[in-house]
Ligand binder design. Structure first.
Ligand SMILES: C[S@@+](CC[C@H](N)C(=O)[O-])C[C@H]1O[C@@H](n2cnc3c(N)ncnc32)[C@H](O)[C@@H]1O
Length: 200
């Protein structure tokens, strides 16, 4: 983990993910990019666990495979060149966590960026698959073209999730520029059918 502490917007989400992901878990990295989050997750799930990492760009898939290979952890990871909106076609079993790091591939020409429609579709897929006490972590960047629109749609969608089933938190640097990155964490508290039973 970065030694910059709270200067790094991902510091607290990573502490939370480290506390709830256990050896043997199945988790998703929905935006593999350079593979750094995939590596973080692969270390947490251990040799009996599995990370499925999605990215639509071949450059990202190659970079992620290389990083995991160099670290000797590629066996724990399945890197898929696929749209995360289609993740339900690939993943059929319960997951403990999913991580999204939105925006563009670092060092790229910014032509390929995440967008609200596929990101929300992917988050919906993750929420269906999520174990009770599992979590979806989303780091949102707003500085690039389309970033503000994606953030606004995500805020509306995540705020509309039923409060008994999900806990939704956000974290932001309140003393930085208005378009600085922030995180959204969604924890599934109980299954939807449990909620229906208690509501009756
Ligand atoms: C900010 S980068 C991810 C950084 C990465 N987690 C890391 O640790 O280096 C965002 C990535 O999302 C990918 N992406 C964009 N739209 C996508 C989609 N619909 N499905 C899967 N990946 C997508 C981009 O290709 C890019 O590599």
């Amino acid at each position: 983990m970065s030694n910059r502490g709270l200067e790094n917007i991902q510091h607290l989400p990573k502490i939370f993910l480290s506390s709830m992901i256990s050896e043997g878990d199945l988790v998703l990295d929905c935006t593999a990019g350079l593979g750094r989050d995939t590596l973080f997750l692969a270390r947490l799930v251990g040799p009996r666990g599995k990370v499925y990492a999605f990215d639509i760009q071949d450059k990202a898939v190659e970079a992620t495979k290389k990083l995991l290979q160099d670290e000797g952890l590629l066996k724990r990871v399945e890197v898929l060149q696929a749209d995360h909106a289609d993740l339900r076609e690939w993943i059929k079993t319960e997951i403990k966590a999913a991580v999204f790091n939105l925006g563009f591939l670092p060092g790229s020409d910014h032509q390929t960026v995440t967008n609200a429609e596929s990101t929300i579709e992917a988050i919906k897929g993750c929420l269906e698959l999520l174990a009770v006490k599992g979590a979806v972590s989303i780091t949102v960047y707003r500085g690039h073209r389309g970033g503000e629109e994606e953030a606004a749609a995500l805020n509306v969608f995540t705020a509309s999730l039923p409060g008994k089933v999900y806990s939704v938190l956000q974290g932001t640097h309140t003393n930085q520029k208005a378009d600085s990155p922030y995180w959204i964490m969604i924890q599934k508290n109980r299954r939807i059918r449990d909620e229906n039973q208690t509501a009756g």
